[in-house]
Design a protein around this ligand. Sequence first.
Ligand code: MG
Length: 391
Amino acid sequence: MTDTDVTSESPPPEVPVAGSGAAIRAAAARIADPEQRVLERIEEMRKRKPRMRDDAITMSHGAGGKSSHTLITALFADVLSNPVLDQLGDQAVLPIPGVDNLGLAVTTDSFVVSPLFFPGGDIGELAINGTVNDLAVGGATPVGIAAAFILEEGLDVELLRKVVVSLRAAADRAGVSVVTGDTKVVPRGKADKLFITTTGVGIVELPQRSAMARVRAGDVVLVSGALGDHGATVMLARGDVDLEAESLRSDTMPLHGLTKALFDEDIDVHFMRDATRGGVATVLNEIAQGAGVAISMNEDSLPIHDVVRGVAEILGIEALYIANEGKLVAIVAEGDAERALQVMRSRPEGAEAAIIGTVLPEPEGMVFIETVFGGTRVVDMLQGDPLPRIC
Ligand code: MG
């Protein structure tokens, strides 16, 4: 038997069935509206499962944007898949045997920021705040932190002590202790001075009040303060941007007090996420895709300091993509939005909080910005890595 024989036995190709009147009208409308056609095409592309196309890891896989997302979903979550991990939350929530109304929240984060010290903070403080915040945005109260240190041979001991003292102070501020840890040393040149990994454990009430699945059309989008201060500060401290900005400081801070205040005031918070790498633009894309909604932002309402706008312009990126280390995005029920804003603004962490947009039913997975000139444009996830080693 030849190949030809086999082929001849396969069923004939399916004949396309003519569409209904409505489908034809919709298709005609699409052809008439090229913008609609483009939007539909983007929506289609987004719904596809990402595939890892790179042969080697690039810096952009660590930037928190599109490439990181692909690496995580197409490699890590694909191989390690299980019902908890597959939710890709800021914190995993594990059951506590015999307890129905509480869960164990776990999160982990590595810190490779360069330089180790920058205006407003350092790697030790970041390592605590980053982990505390990943618990806080899920409504979890931190109960203990593990810290692992990778040290480069030759690292100055006084410098290391300074970092650990700062880490301790940050833990005290967040009301949590470092209860276990690990230390490894690698030869000179095999790491850059010091990397830290922190793991946080917390307790969360079930069902979780802050959950991506609770986001719905009509909700209001808030941010807890000015955007991009941390990333812009580190870029300046590293000398990557030739600009003097004495006033600019990292915004690294714990947000557990702010999130607790929102819950204590009974604000109907549907979801919160801290806007670290990839900035608010990336977080909003994650929410739009994860919850199957669209998000529209008002450019006019975005709280961004002038100096950060300046840094963004020099770097040729939008401030919306610059990392924060003490800012969260909150998606709140429409009726509670104004009250949520007041609660945030009544606290130092939220003094510059703002309502920046709304959740729309469609097009699914898309984030838009209404520009000050009256136009609308799509805001995608961060591409590439314009801001390496920012946290
Ligand atoms: Mg986070």
